[in-house]
Ligand binder design. Sequence first.
Ligand SMILES: COc1ccc(-c2cc(=O)c3c(O)c(OC)c(OC)c(O)c3o2)cc1
Ligand SMILES: O=C(O)CCC(=O)C(=O)O
Ligand SMILES: [Fe+2]
Length: 388
Amino acid sequence: MGALRNGLLKSQSPALPGIGNMDSNIKEFAEETYVPTFAPSLPVPNAQEMMRSDPFQVPERYARNHDDMQSDTVQPHLSFEIPVLDLSLLSKGDAEELKRLDLACKDWGFFQVINHGVASEVLQNTKDVTAEFFDLPLEEKNRYSMPSDDIQGYGHAYVVSEEQTLDWSDALILVVYPTQYRKLQLWPNQPTGIREAIEMYSSEVRRMAVELLGSLSLIMGTEKDALLGLHKELVLGLRVNYYPPCRSPDKVLGLSPHSDSSTITILMQKDDVCGLQVRHGGAWVPLKPIPNALVVNVGDAIEIWSNGKYKSIEHRAVTNERKARISYAAFVCPHDDVEIEPLGYVPDAESSDKMYKKVRFGDYLRQSMNRKLDGKANIDFAKMETLK
Ligand SMILES: COc1ccc(-c2cc(=O)c3c(O)c(OC)c(OC)c(O)c3o2)cc1
Ligand SMILES: O=C(O)CCC(=O)C(=O)O
Ligand SMILES: [Fe+2]
């Protein structure tokens, strides 16, 4: 078992596979089943504890380059232009709503979804129990620390050098589907009901993902079930981001600019704190939460399958001066063994030339996890040599 990730409490060991909080029948199953591991990340301090111990300090490792932060234009007035789509209409195959989906994916790569069918009680319960988890003492949360060679558990991912500027956040990352990939020893069992809440929320998000993949298949000019079929098995990783407040929000970022490697990402966020910003026309546009809506963004896999017609869009999270923020990103991905490449028949694709080569999704995901979050740099891995 590897090094402890959360630097502030070095005496606490991470939960060991097969010890402690795992049901014996699940343990037996897990031991017999292949569970993929993910990229290593360096240990860094726990952001929440750092803030708690001295609310006014911004350690050097977190301080962003002043010029970079100042030169970033933020355009709040464009928030209202980020598309809002009705999933109940999309699922019925409503032609106008499908057209709006096509425009949303082309112009923004981000949209909010209403009438998604996930009960507000399910959303609220997930928010309540996970907020309680982050309020637990560090010692308790560290029972679920990420092992040093994996991305699952409580800690930090994408930290690959001592020099890189750190994000002002902690995360709990769990693989939920397929169920045999779950590492239940890293699933919190406190507060009561947290596992059930995550399970319930994720199964609703998976249902939504299947409906959205159907609509995306249609606007990509193929059969409704094509994209789902291309996944072989739908993989769903849930990343719960905890952003402590920061008294100097202009000096730090909660999450560095990046695009998601996924096919699509479905994001839930606290209704009362803004934080997500989307790259649009060279500026950053804050995405204002609509109560009970879920946010969807196009990931790198769709960019590749659509030969660049629909692009994964860079986004980042900023921090709030007074309030903590929690967001829940569900990454919907194909199975590791799926080979992705432009589908070849997407209508009006940006270029008739193939812009991306064939890549195994597992290789794509791992190369992205072996580097720091860095805008759209990941996708170079799949670009044709002549286009890099
Ligand atoms: C099977 O276990 C997992 C599957 C996928 C992920 C995962 C997929 C991503 O696409 C992804 C991501 O795009 C991302 O942003 C770059 C990220 O951090 C911000 C992820 O943690 C992430 O995870 C995890 C586990
Ligand atoms: O916190 C947010 O709103 C963004 C989270 C995100 O982009 C991610 O987890 O990939
Ligand atoms: Fe993201």
